[in-house]
Design a protein around this ligand. Sequence first.
Ligand code: CUA
Length: 326
Amino acid sequence: MALILAASCGCHGNHSALDPAGEHAAAISSTWWLYFWTCTAIYFLVIVVVFWAMFFRRRQALQTPDLENRSDRGASVVVVGSVVVTVVILFVLLISDYTSGRALASQREVDVTIKLKAHQWWWEVQYDDPDPSKIVATANEIHIPVGKTVKLRMTSPDVIHSLWIPNLHGKRDIIPGYETVLYLHANREGKFEGQCAEFCGLQHANMRIVLIAESQQKFDVWLAHQRQPAPEPKTDQERRGRQVFLDTTCIMCHTIQGTDAWASVGPDLTHVAGRPLVGNTSPMSGGSLAGWVADPHSIKPGVRMPPHAFEPEDLRALTSYLETLK
Ligand code: CUA
């Protein structure tokens, strides 16, 4: 009972392979449950037989001296029977494995194509469009419309990573120099947590990703907003912040659409303040942004972004500007 309780407590949530939100995860989850219940039943059966042999049969053997000869004949029937049952169980598991594999490999017409680049230690997400001016890049979050087939074209410029968003699909390795394709299909709205599932260096554990499955209408609104260039700064402080960004090393690594910053070493910052986390680690706020810009290594040791010794006034102005990029 305790086992079942413990098992069922961990089944629900936005980071669970046993709470499927899509057909691929459902196929994985049903195979998992079949293995779980089969192994549980076999475990309890073995325990019952062991106890029966230890107590009941032992007493019987002491009371009946010629039992040994008879039990030899009985034993061979039991052994043959067990082999047959084992083979049948293994076949059922094999067929279940095969049908899940077929379900995972099934393809349909693709509605949305997303390029996903796994970097040490962040995710670059790019929404393709035949019109280059409509291509959208964001970081560490994927928005997808519910009920549509999404094709992820995944690459890595550095080491092997692995995408795992358990509510939607199984793990899939992302290998440098090779494009891996993964199809996602969400059947309900929700915000699901994902994680890099292949050790990829110092900040592997902080290489998280969020997937937001939403209605087609909400997705279209989100995508249209992402296509907008960065808003114009309104105050002197914000204007000064933008100038700091454009006049210093920030411009060598980042893009802000609508400005002269168009480098692609680090994440696209056009709508950075609309994301939930700074540097994929601390909650989004002015303080987190300032701390991240000044000394990212104290927050995320090993990160590629260098520290910046800005004058306090410049740092304040830069932070105010970045906060407007929603
Ligand atoms: Cu990327 Cu672990």
